[in-house]
Ligand binder design. Structure first.
Ligand code: BGC
Length: 728
């Protein structure tokens, strides 16, 4: 069966649901493209009469998206399907959607991704997809001319029900049979509730969702903005009845159920986490429990936001594919789960949203003119950075090939429309200059931090050109590669002219300016050392607290480490007071918060107009936990795990760490433990790869090479590594 819809669909054949996918056909730029699913339905068919139908929902096509009104792409769902049956004699029967089909309304009274779903079980159509059903009162469908858009198979895994969490409760005094009860799922998720009740016919209840409770123990819903996030159910009565909404999801940890009367009994209540079906590939743990919880929160931040597209958040009326958020998190995501298909598909969304000028949209799929304009530095650069990171993790050039033209057009747009004298976001040509170092804690305009926007812009521009030069080289486009490299050098010179003083100091003397200049390698040697110590000084002055936003945060620890300030990096990592990564953890977070001060003991909740408790961006530190704390890094020159760099850098209070990563070349793992002045290491090299050990400072000079298999090593301080066992 080939099937798609503008809207959402769920098919049934002979009373059984087809497949396990949720929110099909997924979200794309429907004005250009829609995905088609293919199911082998042989096992559902039988000799003789068969019945086939579909339930349609609004979804992204005609429900609310973000804070916009309904019907953004079209007025109502449209369905297209083809059942192809090859008979034993080889002949093929095709049953297609045409004007012979009929439709009816049913028990779903409302369905909306942002608002919720209402279901009246009294209106269920018994046996509607079984042969023999009499479709009395059903009306002929309206046949529409096929829109001129691309039908495409999806590269992305579908969204599925991934984890079911049994909910205990309720909290506080309320009893399940009372009028109103609040339940704690124990984990902030994206998904919905599956509930079994016993109640009278016509008895009803509604389920509200929230991420947090307020000071009075009530649901805190102000941060959901216009998202109603409420599901409603009316009982048909009699036996137990189980319901899980079909065409909605919410971002929540707490649920409140309000009953029409005390005669409805909850038999079972579960929370169902929904996300795209990406296999888990990475795991990490260490001797510091709070850092382990941070890592779990990073992982849950991904699960809650990798739902069809990489969203900023799953709860408020937003849930959009923000390019900047995806860009900062992509390398952490590539460790945690298999995101090849997910990003291959999303890069198509990015390309579909590209403007004729070459500008890259703030969000993909694009939803309106505002989010469709140039996304600015750190956001639009996702068009280059994301394919590059996916290539680094999987070693598959196709994502570079597929996106090369988009990248080129984007770079030309920057040159023609956003630069003056190689300075990107130069105020004379780009007065807005982008989102800045979004949500940084160092003052500046609104939520944009104090890092000069032209500094951010030019730093990212240089990075784009560096990557593009490497990508061109990988694709065999030698002339392009040389061209972009030379261009980068000019940009770097312009950067130095504008942002580095004669004394080697950096304009924009804050954390993020230094982080970007160092990480993108934009400074001359002497200025590098000055910048690194200025950065360390700034952090010390703040008593080892972060002041970085979305753009400075991902790299700050790596930059410190590379500049010989590993101790400072660990102090930041293990900082428990605000602003820091562990502050939310200490305060019970189960996901990554959007803002360092999403909630603080003195001020309570941050401004409700923008305050999500499930935003993965600051979880970008995950890449450093894996690459430095545990010590597994993929070599971009031999990508996909062909060559592993083991580079554990013990520090802080952490005495033991381990990580494991299923790369496309096999499993790579590391486990290290500090015993006095020794470091015990167990390394696993992928079956189709090799590895180099880069020992921490003070342990051994030089490098050690390894082939596939497991190796146990003891590093003595200053003594050359002694291999005690080498198996293959
Ligand atoms: C989103 C962010 C996004 C930002 C850009 C916010 O509303 O939630 O994560 O990157 O806007 O300004």
């Amino acid at each position: 069966m080939y099937v798609t819809a503008l809207g959402l669909y769920e098919c049934e054949i002979n009373g059984q649901t087809v497949g396990r996918d949720v929110f099909t056909p997924g979200w794309t730029e429907y004005r250009k493209r829609v995905q088609v699913q293919t199911y082998d339905v042989t096992a559902l068919l039988r000799a003789g009469e068969n019945a086939w139908g579909a339930i349609l929902g609004d979804g992204w096509f005609c429900g609310h998206i973000s804070s916009k009104d309904r019907q953004g792409y079209g007025p109502q769902p449209v369905f297209l399907a083809q059942l192809e049956i090859t008979m034993p004699d080889g002949s093929v029967h095709r049953i297609v959607t045409d004007s012979s089909w009929k439709y009816s309304t049913g028990p779903i009274l409302e369905n909306d991704l942002i608002m919720g779903e209402s279901y009246d079980a009294r209106l269920e159509l018994e046996n509607w997809s079984l042969p023999g059903f009499r479709e009395e009162g059903w009306l002929p469908v309206v046949e529409e001319a096929a829109p001129q858009i691309i039908l495409t198979a999806s590269a992305s895994p579908p969204v599925r029900r991934q984890e079911v969490i049994r909910i205990n409760g309720p909290l506080g005094a309320g009893a399940p049979a009372g009028k109103r009860s609040i339940f704690d799922v124990g984990q902030n998720i994206a998904g919905r509730v599956c509930i079994t009740v016993r109640g009278p016919r016509g008895g009803h209840f509604h389920i509200r969702h929230a991420e947090m409770l307020d000071a009075h123990g009530e649901l805190y819903v102000d941060n959901l903005r216009s998202a109603r996030c409420t599901d409603k159910y009316t009982c048909k009565g009699g036996e137990e009845e189980t319901w899980e909404p079909r065409f909605t999801f919410h971002g929540f940890r707490y649920v409140e159920i309000v009953f029409s009367g005390p005669d409805i009994e909850i038999v079972k209540i579960e929370a169902v986490a929904l996300y795209s079906d990406m296999e888990q590939t990475g795991s990490f743990s260490c001797s510091q429990p709070l850092v382990n919880q941070l890592f779990q929160n990073i992982h849950w931040g991904m699960k809650g936001n990798f739902l069809e597209v990489p969203t900023d958040c799953p709860q408020r009326d937003e849930r959009l594919g923000w390019t900047g958020d995806a860009q900062v998190f992509v390398s952490t995501a590539g460790f945690l789960r298999d995101v090849r298909g997910f990003f291959t598909k999303w890069m198509l969304d990015v390309a579909d949203a590209q403007k004729p000028s070459g500008a890259i949209s703030s969000v993909a799929p694009q939803i309106d003119a505002r989010t469709g304009e140039d996304a600015g530095p750190g956001w639009s650069d996702a068009a280059i950075i994301c394919p590059w990171e996916i290539y680094r993790v999987y070693g598959d050039r196709r994502i570079l090939e597929q996106n090369y033209a988009t990248m080129q057009r984007f770079i030309e747009f920057l040159r023609d429309k956003r630069c003056r004298d190689h300075i990107r976001s130069h105020p004379s040509v780009d007065p807005w200059g982008g989102h800045g170092d979004w949500l940084a804690m160092d003052g500046g305009v609104d939520r944009e931090g104090s890092t000069p926007k032209d500094l951010i812009g030019t730093a990212y521009f240089a990075y784009d050109l560096e990557l593009l030069s490497r990508i061109a080289g990988i694709l065999g486009k030698t002339d392009d590669s040389i061209h972009y490299k030379a261009w980068r050098e000019e940009v770097v010179r312009a950067f130095r002219r504008r942002f580095v003083t004669e004394d080697g100091l950096l304009v924009g003397n804050n954390q993020t300016s230094h982080v970007l200049a160092l990480h993108f390698n934009l400074l001359p040697e002497v200025a590098r050392n000055i910048a690194a110590s200025e950065l360390a000084k700034n952090i010390q002055k703040r008593s080892y607290h972060l002041s970085t936003g979305f753009l400075g945060t991902p790299y700050i620890c790596r930059v410190l480490e590379d500049a010989g300030h590993l101790d400072v990096a660990y102090k930041l990592l293990e900082q428990e007071t605000f602003p820091s990564w562990l502050f939310p953890v200490k305060n019970g977070a189960t996901t990554i918060w959007e803002r360092w001060d999403s909630w603080t003991p003195d001020k309570g909740f941050q401004a409700a107009r923008m305050n999500s408790f499930n935003h993965y961006a600051y979880g970008a530190i995950g890449a450093w936990l894996v690459g430095t704390v545990a010590g597994i890094e993929l070599d971009a020159d031999q990508p996909g795990g062909s060559h592993i760099l083991f580079r554990p850098r013990p520090g802080g209070t952490i005495t033991q760490a381990e990580a494991s990563w299923h790369t496309v070349r096999g499993r790579v793992a590391i486990k290290w433990e500090k015993c006095n002045d020794r470091l015990n290491l167990a390394l696993t090299v992928p079956a189709f790869g090799c590895a180099t050990l880069l020992p921490p400072d003070g342990y051994v000079a030089g490098q050690l090479k390894f082939g596939p298999g497991r190796h146990e090593i003891v590093l003595n301080g200053e003594v050359l590594a002694q291999k005690i066992n080498r198996a293959s």
